[in-house]
Design a protein around this ligand. Structure first.
Ligand SMILES: [Fe+2]
Ligand SMILES: [Fe+2]
Length: 304
């Protein structure tokens, strides 16, 4: 691996910055949490994962409805790649979510039912304008969350189950790759600051509310919600996450905001490059060496 070429790589703009990857994760159900040191954080992630097989198909349907209205060929190419990336994301999340169900969490099916209804209602009752604003609100937030997860990956995912950590980090590397698409589609069809901010506030409030319901239910099932020690650990990790996200979230409120002005995290670019050269055998990251973008069992050494 030529480290200099990777370190110098900058993702291009346009459809070439996106790659659709097949990720063969093997989510072996285990008795303990996939992140034994941080079960509270694990349940925040688990809860967010429950939304993906409903939220991401909703985004895809909104983009497909927008497609015939778009006159820009480059944007159409980007939109098609966006759809392909999101389609692989929610399928892998569904496989992971099914392992949570298989472990016996009753709240998984309940939350899935609620989320399925939420997104069916948004799709059938709201205008395309609203749905595209929601899509950009979600994508703007996903970009901020992706930066936070990558910045803090060693603390949040260190020594955790490689398949789950890799699922999340892969997903957000690709969220960062397609960061411009929903913004550009919304701007192309319905430009306007207040609509974009409305979409951001609505999508953020909706997703944070449902994620909160989900992790509370999962923590209750584990008997952790009742523990003051666990509640304190939950507050600490939420505080840490929000401290990183809030400044990034405020940046989105600027009238001149465009996601292309947000720098791609070098670790994400490097990991994508390792995977794209090495193929699916490299899908699982070594969670004991997250400083580097190193797959399990690899002897590749890269310093950022
Ligand atoms: Fe996604
Ligand atoms: Fe996305």
């Amino acid at each position: 691996m030529d480290t200099t070429s990777v370190a110098a790589s900058i993702l291009p703009s346009g459809p070439d910055r996106m790659t659709v990857r097949k990720m063969p994760f093997d989510f072996t159900p285990r008795n303990e949490s996939w992140n034994p040191d941080k079960p509270e954080f694990a349940h925040i992630v688990n809860s967010a994962s429950l939304a993906m097989p409903y939220l991401e198909p909703y985004l895809i349907k909104s983009m497909r409805k927008a497609r015939p209205l778009i006159k820009d060929e480059t944007l159409l190419e980007e939109l098609d790649k966006y759809i392909k990336q999101e389609a692989t994301h929610y399928r892998r999340h569904k496989e992971f979510n099914d392992t949570l169900s298989a472990k016996g969490y009753a709240s998984v099916a309940r939350m899935e039912g609620t989320l399925a209804k939420d997104y069916a209602k948004l799709e059938s009752r709201r205008s395309l304008r609203f749905n595209l604003a929601y899509a950009e609100g979600f994508e703007a937030m996903a970009l901020a969350i992706g930066e936070m997860l990558i910045d803090d990956r060693e603390y949040l995912f260190g020594d955790s189950d490689s398949a789950v950590a890799s699922l999340i980090l892969w997903h957000f590397v690709e969220e960062i790759e397609h960061k411009n698409v929903a913004y550009d589609v919304l701007h192309h069809l319905h430009p306007g600051y207040f609509l974009r901010i409305f979409g951001l506030v609505y999508a953020t409030s909706h997703i944070f509310w449902r994620t909160g319901q989900g992790y509370r239910a999962l923590l209750k099932e584990d008997g952790l919600w009742q523990s003051s020690k666990s509640r304190w650990k939950l507050l600490k990790v939420l505080g840490r996450v929000m401290k990183s996200i809030i400044p990034k979230w405020l940046r989105i409120l600027r009238p001149g905001y465009h996601p292309k002005s947000v720098k791609d995290p070098s670790w994400g670019v490097e990991w994508a490059s390792v995977f794209d050269e090495g193929g699916s055998d490299l899908a699982k990251l070594d969670t004991r060496r997250l400083h580097e973008a190193v797959p399990v069992g690899s002897t590749i050494e890269m310093r950022l």
